[in-house]
Design a protein. Sequence first.
Length: 149
Amino acid sequence: MEFETQAQKKVYEKIAPWMRELFGQFATAHESAPVFGVVFGSTIAHVAVFPWGDDDATITTRAWVVTGTELTPDFMKFLLLQNDKMRFGAFLVDSDGDVFFEHTIVGSTCDKEELKASVLAVAATADRYDDEIVQRWGGQRMLDRMKSP
């Protein structure tokens, strides 16, 4: 695996054992990138280490909530209002129209408990909201998308 900076490598090496300790068999390291996948309910949270300048890195946890949901004004308003209630993270929509939930922390200063709180907040939120969104606005959850041909 290649790293863009030494800081990115240092943060990845710091959190790798924590990910195994915290999430056990539910955490899988990607071989080609500084990313872990964590299975949680009907979603997978991806925990990625990104360089932040030359001297630090960030840890971003992102979970896919739904795909194929029509991005109506009512739905977008719902996401924004939910963002206002969130302690950690926010909903976002990517260029393909897929809905994610994401939270980022500073790599050099994070400890194991902060990492755990961030990952669990993202994964639990995505797992909680995917059913409600599909029921109200349609689309597919991550789990259902993975099962489709």
